[in-house]
Design a binder for this molecule. Structure first.
Ligand SMILES: [Zn+2]
Length: 461
């Protein structure tokens, strides 16, 4: 599994990094990421107005890496994660000090130095220095990201991040297969009309990996792909990396996507090789992650919990529009392009199912519901005899309008506007019926696979 760089030192290094991932899993548990309730980032009686007023005096209150507590006078006090989870951070520090003895790559060695500095200081500056150094390690045959800004876990204000980590090993063959249409993708996205002042994100580097170990918070999300770093300023200065996890994509393709395609969609798949569909399904996920780097706005952070919803909506629409374009330009056979669109919609429906049991999926759930309801309203999707039918002409036009609404909301950053838009589309009887139907097609195998993530992170050994 690990390529020819393997030596005793390399094996020990991977072993130690895997142990660090386990410690991060313990932190996720302590944070409450795995429980049914929202993680306790805030005092239970906090109101949006109180948060806003307190942030006028202390900006640290809005930081993604702090808990908010009350002091004896009832004042809000930010407590950095590294301070709250001090015991686990000491464990991590010991592991990294040991790991440094087994590193052959100077970039990675320096990365471990920045990691320990951050664990000691807990400051935002130290965190960003660590992330910046991580970006210099992405050409190694393995990756070890440690991040704490996936704000999906915070369903109260959408400000605070969970702590996640993983060890990934590159799959070079799949990487080159997945990069096949990338030039066309970049050509396509540069033709999109973006409102306002979008941030310019540096070039992206998508690759396919196998997960050697992932922390429990990520297992809860059944990790398929990841776009790092999350911070816009870092992406502007240093670029971004899309990490596709080969085996999780393959597993959900065979276990969930294919059954949904055959039962829920009008798929004419007799002439279609399963491998080509699996490949294009990988590519769709890659475009999804790449789409997170297009139409990004400084103001979107003001959307608070709606930020993730509209960010996901944008990343849901762009790959669909690209595949339609690829079909029209004859870069891709229509049969394959249409199957790719259906498989991507099936994946979206799974997000809605997942959100019924995993609270941190709620932004994906809302994004899918807005999109499906909109497409149903415009006659682009029709539900007939328990099947979803697509009118491709209307589908392309409606998605284009929805995308421009979405980009406008992201560029303006007004949470009231975002909420109004969401309220308008969140509930459609036909859609609830389709989600129930998807649930009954996948049945218990779906529930048991997603409801209870295992406690420990070890996937490989
Ligand atoms: Zn996404």
């Amino acid at each position: 599994m690990i390529n020819n760089e393997r030596s005793d030192g390399y094996g020990t290094l991977i072993y130690l990094l895997t142990k660090a991932v386990d410690v991060i899993s313990d932190i996720a548990e302590e944070q409450g990421i795995l429980s049914d309730n929202s993680p306790p980032f805030y005092p239970p009686d906090i109101t949006p107005d109180e948060l806003k007023n307190a942030a006028l005096y202390d900006r640290r209150i809005l930081r993604f890496d702090t808990y908010l507590r009350r002091d004896s006078h009832g004042q809000l006090i930010p407590v950095p994660f590294t301070q709250k989870h001090r015991h686990h951070c000491h464990q991590l520090r010991d592991i990294f000090d040991n790991a440094k003895l087994h590193v052959a790559h100077p970039e990675f060695s320096e990365y471990l130095n920045t990691l320990t500095t951050w664990l000691d200081q807990g400051s935002e500056t130290a965190y960003f220095a660590m992330q910046q150094q991580w970006l210099k390690t992405v050409n190694l045959p393995f990756l070890f990201p440690l991040v704490l800004d996936e704000t999906y876990a915070d369903t109260v204000f959408g400000l605070k991040g969970s702590m996640d980590a993983a060890v990934f090993i590159e799959d070079r063959k799949m990487t080159s297969i997945c990069q096949k249409y990338l030039d066309y993708w970049y050509m396509f996205v540069t033709s999109i009309n973006l409102p306002g002042n979008p941030l310019m994100i540096k070039p992206s580097y998508p690759k396919v990996y196998r997960a050697h170990a992932t922390s429990a918070g990520l297992l809860n999300l059944e990790l398929k792909a990841w776009n790092l770093p999350n911070n816009f300023a870092l992406r502007q200065s240093s670029g971004s990396y899309q990490i596709l996890i080969q085996e999780t994509i393959q597993k959900s393709f065979y276990k969930d996507i294919l059954p949904l395609l055959h039962s829920l969609f009008e798929m004419n798949s007799e002439n279609l090789a399963q491998d080509s569909l699996l490949t294009v399904f990988h590519q769709m996920l890659l475009y999804h992650e790449l789409a997170h780097n297009i139409g990004c706005y400084e103001m979107q952070r003001n959307l608070m919990i709606w930020d993730n919803v509209f960010e996901e909506l944008k990343a849901n629409i762009l790959p669909l529009q690209f595949i339609l374009h690829a079909r029209d330009m004859k870069w891709m056979e229509s049969e394959l392009a249409e199957a790719a669109i259906m498989s991507y919609l099936a994946l979206d429906l799974m997000d809605c199912l997942l959100a019924r049991s995993v609270k941190s999926r709620v932004s994906y759930d809302y994004a899918t519901k807005i999109q499906f309801s909109y497409l149903i309203d415009k006659g682009a999707l029709k539900i007939e005899d328990s099947r979803i039918l697509i009118d491709y002409q209307r589908f392309g036009l409606s998605n284009a309008v929805l995308l421009s609404d979405c980009l406008e909301i992201l560029s303006i950053g007004d949470p009231e506007q975002a909420k109004r838009y969401t309220d308008r589309y969140l509930y459609r009887k036909e859609l609830e019926y389709v989600i129930d139907l998807a649930g009954s097609i996948l049945g218990n195998s779906f529930k048991s696979a997603y409801e209870k993530p295992p406690h420990k992170s070890l996937i490989g050994n």
